[in-house]
Write a protein that binds this ligand. Structure first.
Ligand SMILES: [Zn+2]
Length: 308
């Protein structure tokens, strides 16, 4: 079978997606109570999200990975309607989010084995999520601060097992926690999964490039995913470090925006309006910009088992 990325409207050829934001939220209920099936006021979501996504499309956006996990607002059916109406490719995810003090981890994840949890996630890949027929495009996990908790480690291991059965990319909300990143890479290795099947999410929170480059040397993807005016110069500095190390081919850029949530509207256009011009004036070529905004996410999200 030829290369593909799985979106909420079905498989697409990776090199057709254009600029691809690997970590955003079209909508979420983050902060609300744990809920298997989220409630959204659909007309309100629609009127806020559709015009904005159409606007982003005119700026050059082609695809978005929606990182809203199950239990804090994942809604594949609504994402599919939004994808069709906006003309953007959208990916949803399988997996559980064990940051935020585990409040969005379902009870069964504390008692089941990694293999049992992986079977649930793999079923979503094979049969679609719930009754929607919509398949996930990646695996989402998240950890809290400090060393991996038991449930963090169990879910990372479940993600590794799921990767081996599905070829879906693993994204782990890790942030400024290099020791945990090392632990995660160890678990992947134990299960025979290459580091190239894993993304260090919120990696820009690390102040120095060194631990990120170390993970990249092992093969990991590094996600600098909170593009804002405040973070721009730091992220630009990390990009320069990756460029000098010859590792620009492993960086992902995004905003961690959220167009419909309980807090403020978090846009995802800074890349287009400000950051790409800043990259150009800082000496990044069109080819390098294309690498980090188009080719890298296309390669990262291509469904492919990455064994050691
Ligand atoms: Zn996020």
């Amino acid at each position: 079978m030829s290369d593909m990325i799985m979106t909420v409207t079905g498989p697409v050829t990776p090199d057709t997606l254009g600029i691809f934001l690997p970590h955003e939220h079209v909508m979420s209920t983050f902060g609300a109570d744990f809920a298997r099936y989220p409630f959204y006021p659909v007309a309100e979501v629609w009127s806020r999200v559709i015009p904005y996504l159409r606007h982003l499309k005119t700026l050059g956006l082609g695809a978005v990975a929606d990182c809203t996990a199950a239990y804090f607002g994942r809604h594949p059916e609504l994402l599919r309607r939004i994808s069709v109406e906006s003309g953007l490719s959208i990916l949803t995810n399988t997996g559980y989010y064990a940051a935020a003090g585990d409040r969005y981890v379902p009870p069964h994840a504390f008692t089941e084995t990694p293999a049992q949890i992986a079977a649930r996630w793999t079923r979503e890949w094979q049969d679609g999520i719930d009754e929607t027929g919509i398949r996930p495009g990646f695996i989402k996990t998240a950890i809290d601060e400090g060393p991996l908790s038991e449930v963090d480690a169990r879910l990372v291991r479940a993600a590794a097992l799921t990767h081996l059965q599905t070829g879906l990319l693993i994204q782990t909300h890790t942030g400024d926690n290099p020791p945990a990143a090392t632990q995660i890479l160890t678990i992947l290795r134990e299960e025979g999964v290459s580091a190239s099947g894993w993304v260090w999410v919120h990696a820009h929170q690390v102040r120095s490039a060194e631990p990120l480059l170390k993970a990249a040397e092992q093969g990991a993807w590094v996600s600098l995913d909170n593009l804002t005016p405040e973070n721009a110069s730091h992220i630009l500095g990390l990009l320069q470090a990756f460029k000098h190390a010859g590792r620009l081919g492993q960086v992902l850029l995004s905003h961690d925006g959220d167009l419909y949530c309980r807090g403020d509207f978090r846009p995802f256009e800074y890349l287009f309006t400000d950051f790409l011009p800043q990259m150009r004036t800082s000496g990044f070529s069109d080819e390098e910009i294309r690498l980090v905004t188009v080719s890298n996410p296309a390669r990262a999200f291509t469904v492919q088992v990455r064994q050691l």
